[in-house]
Design a protein around this ligand. Structure first.
Ligand code: 3AM
Length: 306
């Protein structure tokens, strides 16, 4: 019933897309920053996707998901008022700075916590990619954009529609086979390759060819695996198992005691906390070394959008 136009002061447009636009705004009552996604509701498909996004955001609150604070219908637009993530997307971070293995482990762990929460609530995100992982300069990492997510039930726990962004899609998705929550783990493995190599496999191919290569190819490999620690390689191989049954779940990746590929025993804190910061990708242009400090949670000390 409130009027969002008087409740918030819009500061700047921070992005736009087929859906409409996202702006940064101030909540006049609290003085806090928010992001407002204004979604144009014209067109039936957009309405379904939007309602989906709103429902999933409202029903699934977690520190590793971008939370919806409010929603309004303003003329032909749905306004989603969300937590403002001042560090931009992980994709921006990959383009603009060097991410050490240590930071990569922390980012992956935060994403896995968000995915574990979604999967425990029978939700598949279905569009995990670096553009949909948002960062805040206090070190928070959150999954965003739930427009393509699917709500499962204990009885009906598989889907088969080919949905997502081609380069991050799991083999069972591109093949149109029934699939479950582990498609998000594959996509997170591709994000892992992105963080390490600064590009996804088949990045120069068209979406159709990329999907064909995912369906017919083997497990995606690092171009220079020896530059990285055994634990990082092991983590990627756990995520990028073509056979869904052999692919690890979010819970397993976070909790299960395991042995690293090179025989290191990993304690019960889990695999992710134990990547060694000593093994870092070194051949990078000097200007990218400015934020190399390997602190675990304060991962992004510098504003990214300059
Ligand atoms: O266009 P770019 O990639 O710069 O990061 C999101 C994207 O930025 C940003 O809006 C653009 C279109 O999606 N965005 C989305 N949700 C956001 C949020 N909650 C957000 N930025 C900050 N906080």
């Amino acid at each position: 019933m409130e009027n969002p136009v008087t409740k918030y002061t819009e500061l700047e447009n921070i992005g736009s897309g087929g859906f409409g636009e996202v702006c940064r705004a101030l909540d006049n009552a609290t003085g806090g920053e928010v992001a407002i996604k204004k979604i144009n509701l014209q067109g039936l498909r957009r309405k379904e996707v939007t309602v989906n996004e709103l429902m999933v955001m409202k029903m699934n609150r977690n520190p590793n998901l971008v939370n919806c604070l409010d929603s309004y219908l303003v003329d032909d637009e749905l306004w989603l008022v969300m937590e403002y993530m001042d560090g931009g997307t992980l994709s921006d971070a990959i383009d603009e700075m060097y991410i050490s293995e240590y930071e990569m482990a922390a980012i992956s762990r935060e994403c896995l916590q968000g995915l574990d929460f979604l999967h425990s609530n029978y939700v598949i995100h279905r569009d995990v990619k670096s553009y949909n992982i948002l960062l805040r300069t206090d070190g928070s990492v959150k999954l965003a954009d739930f427009g393509l997510s699917a709500q499962l039930t204990p009885e009906q726990n598989r889907r088969s529609s080919v949905v997502g962004t081609s380069w991050w899609m799991a083999p069972e998705v591109v093949k149109g086979q029934p699939y479950g929550p582990k498609v998000d783990i594959w996509s997170l493995g591709i994000v892992g390759i992105e963080m390490v190599e600064r590009q996804v496999p088949h990045c120069n191919e068209s979406p159709t060819l990329a999907e064909l290569l995912i369906a017919t190819g083997g497990t995606p490999q690092l171009q220079q695996p020896k530059l990285f620690s055994a634990l990082l390689r092991h983590f990627l191989s756990c995520c990028l198992q073509k056979n869904e049954e052999r692919r690890w779940s979010a819970k397993e990746l976070l909790q299960v005691k395991c042995k690293g590929a090179a025989g290191q025993t990993v304690s019960e804190d889990g695999l992710l906390l134990h990547w060694s910061p000593r093994h870092q990708m070194s051949p990078l242009p000097p200007h990218l070394h400015f934020c190399k400090s390997p602190f675990l949670l304060k991962i992004l000390p510098l504003p990214l959008k300059h």
